[in-house]
Design a protein around this ligand. Structure first.
Ligand code: HEM
Length: 180
């Protein structure tokens, strides 16, 4: 996973619980990178999962809630570094299509080692959009959080839920976004 995700996770944790808590996590995680992350680097996905698991244990929250909160928080950070042209989309549904058709594509061109999810759009009406989130990293709760961060950014009211979820025993993750 790209370093920006780790750098932002570090900032997120420090903003919530302070730099001493981050240091405690690093001490206990004993990571190959030692937690010295740079935006341009690439690190083992497992390091993020180890850090999230430690937060889960120490703060007594679920992994789902931790990933969701980080996703919601990180949207604006991704937006700030998004490729030119990504800032033209003003609607959540339009933006989600743009992520699949253009934004993640550009991210991949700029960082060939980036590992990005695929979205397979399944149905869409004026108010409801559903898509299959495909990623071997299984970060669907992180994805739900990012969609909430996106709606905060566009100023739209939405609900996000999963009609199917691999973590609930289904074969895939289907995320449904409803404008309310
Ligand atoms: C604001 C524009 C966006 C930019 C610049 C961006 C960029 C990125 C980058 C750099 C990564 C890390 C890739 C890696 O670690 O190798 C990433 C991962 C990810 N992005 Fe985006 N992204 C954007 C918007 C979104 C939106 C709106 C969603 C939600 C629908 C989304 C869903 C995800 C997910 C779930 C991952 C984690 C990797 C995975 O699930 O396999 N992104 N994105």
């Amino acid at each position: 996973m790209k370093g920006i995700v780790f750098v932002k996770f570090n900032e997120f944790i420090e903003e919530l619980w302070g730099d001493e808590f981050w240091d405690t996590l690093l001490d206990e995680a004993d990571l190959p990178s030692e937690g010295i992350y740079t935006s341009v680097g690439t690190y083992d996905d497992q390091e993020l999962f180890t850090l999230i698991q430690l937060v889960v244990e120490k703060k007594n929250i679920s992994s789902k809630d931790a990933q969701f909160a980080f996703g919601k928080w990180v949207f604006k950070e991704l937006y700030n570094v998004a490729p030119a042209g990504a800032h033209d989309f003003k609607d959540v549904f339009e933006f989600l299509h743009a992520v699949q058709d253009f934004i993640h594509v550009e991210v991949k061109k700029l960082n060939p080692d980036a590992l990005l999810p695929e979205f397979e759009f399944l149905s869409e009406t004026a108010n409801t959009l559903s898509f299959n989130y495909l990623s071997p990293r299984k970060l669907c709760f992180f994805c739900e959080g990012i969609v909430h961060g996106l709606a905060e950014h566009t100023g739209q009211q939405i609900t996000v839920s999963q009609l199917e979820c691999e973590h609930e025993g289904d074969n895939r993750c289907v995320i449904e976004v409803v404008k309310i």
